[in-house]
Design a binder for this molecule. Structure first.
Ligand code: UDX
Length: 457
């Protein structure tokens, strides 16, 4: 099939490349010529395992193209995927300006395209416009209106939410748990979308074809549920600390109940990234706009914010007051919002570092891949170290913000000797408190007793 992806951000690029990889003819369109030139030269703007090789292979094979030429990209496409950004304002409203601008351009292109989409038999070949960006329920209808305002020729609409996890996006796309497609004609458009996705679900996983407003809601419901699980366990972890329980044991005891399950229930610094914070707030916003309050989801968001505050409060408490942080040196392990990505959007590390800097502390940080992206937010206000151990040199404490696998078994003795004081604040519960106690560290984590800490003893 001939496919055009609009927007070469994370979703557009991964989706387009994976479609090309199965033999489709894919054009990726973006308004940013610098980005397009880089992609043509084989340079991916994002870090995602396996993506660079897949782009290079498919460009070489002549199936994957990059362009800034809207008219040509729209004219040739059978299916157009809208993957442009939907930034949210402080209240969580999604800004649809990019989606609606692209919709208008698509309408112009359909109007200009002539015979390809016209006539009765041609009706079956009408272009399908697929909304893939995460947008509030009802946006599909607005896109349809924006296109119809420009042309009377036929076109079809579909909603196709994505469920990609950064760092595992290629695998998630190639072997999805499920594909969700919203359409308003199950056989025509639904059938063509099924044909497109059928090769990806040879693993036996389902393609669900449903009405458009339901498909639009699935993504929000799924992400709000996952965010709720994280805030839930973080709230339980806080109770564990207050009552001397160990959240690891509580986790084991509760998650062996199959109704609860053991996934996505790890306490820590809370969720970050481009989806959960935005989508949770978008649900709250959809609620207030429809006079359907969502107090649970507001609380999920509030707990997530509080999680970072509470962890910073533990650092302050250790040093006997915020004013004592002035002049202290901190090593930080992990800047990305989670392992396997260079994405630092809404990353707990950035929040905590900003607080440390504001209190007059200095920071040396290490992340396996996120130095460049972090520099965009933090500039040269911190030092970026190539090796984790270099951040610990002469530091008054080490702060762990991301659960990268390479942080899981550090040489503890060397670490203790390198730090000016053997103090670790572990926001990801990477180590066992008893092991750290034995190794002579003051060790403060989430939902478990602090060891060798003045407050604990
Ligand atoms: C998420 C969804 O998983 C994906 O389906 C959706 O399409 C986009 O949003 P992503 O943002 O890449 O994907 O991150 P994910 O791996 O889901 O992790 C989200 C955050 O939750 C991370 O900050 C992670 O550290 C945190 N997390 C996750 C926890 O704190 N505890 C957990 O148990 C799991």
């Amino acid at each position: 099939m001939r496919i055009t992806m609009v927007g070469t951000g994370y979703v557009g690029l991964v989706t387009g490349t994976c479609f090309a990889n199965l033999g489709n003819e894919v054009t990726c369109l973006d308004v940013d010529p610098v980005k397009i030139d880089k992609l043509k030269a084989g340079i991916s703007p994002i870090y995602e395992p396996g993506l660079d090789e897949m782009i290079a292979r498919n460009v070489k094979a002549g199936r994957l193209h990059f362009t800034v030429d809207k008219a040509a990209a729209y004219a040739s496409a059978e299916i157009i995927f809208l993957c442009v950004g939907t930034p949210s304002d402080a209240r969580g409203h999604a800004d649809l300006k990019y989606v609606l601008a692209a919709s208008g351009d698509i309408g112009d292109a359909i109007e200009a395209a002539g015979g390809e989409t016209g006539g009765d038999p041609g009706e079956r070949r009408a272009k399908i416009i697929v909304v893939k960006s995460t947008v509030p329920v009802g946006t599909n209808a607005k896109v349809r209106e924006a296109i119809a305002a420009k042309t009377g020729k036929p076109f079809r609409m579909a909603s196709n939410p994505e469920f990609l996890k950064e760092g595992a996006a290629i695998t998630d796309f190639m072997k999805p748990d499920r594909v969700v497609v919203g359409v308003d004609d199950e056989h025509g458009t639904g059938g063509r979308m099924r044909d497109l996705y059928e090769p990806f679900v040879r693993n036996g996983h389902p393609i669900y074809v449903m009405d458009i407003p339901s498909a639009e809601m699935v993504k929000y419901a799924a992400n709000a549920m996952l965010a709720t699980k994280i805030s839930f366990i973080n709230e339980i972890a806080a109770l564990c600390e207050a009552y001397g329980s160990n959240v690891d044991e509580v986790w084991r005891g509760m998650t062996s109940d199959a109704r609860i399950g053991n996934k996505f229930l790890y306490p820590g610094l809370g969720y970050g990234g481009s989806c959960f914070p935005k989508d949770t707030l978008a649900c709250v916003s959809m609620g207030s706009e429809s006079a359907t309050p969502t107090p649970l989801l507001q609380a999920v968001h509030d707990v997530n914010q509080r999680q970072r505050e509470d962890f910073f409060a533990k650092i302050v408490k250790h040093f006997g007051g915020e004013s004592n942080l002035r002049g202290k040196a901190f090593g930080v392990w992990g800047l990305a919002f989670k392992p396997g990505t260079d994405d630092v959007r809404e990353a707990p590390a950035v929040t905590l570092i900003e607080k440390l800097l504001a209190a007059g502390a200095t920071v040396k940080a290490h992340d396996p891949v996120a130095h460049e992206t972090a520099r965009e937010l933090l500039g040269d206000r911190i030092t970026y170290c190539d090796r984790p151990m270099d951040t610990a040199r002469d530091a008054d404490a080490l702060l762990i913000c991301t659960d990268w696998p390479e942080f899981k078994q550090p040489p503890l003795e060397r670490l203790r000797e390198t730090l000016a004081a053997p103090v670790i604040f572990d926001g990801r519960n990477l180590y066992k408190p008893a092991v750290m106690e034995e190794a002579g560290f003051t060790y403060v984590s989430v939902g478990r007793r602090a060891v060798n800490a003045p407050a604990a003893g």
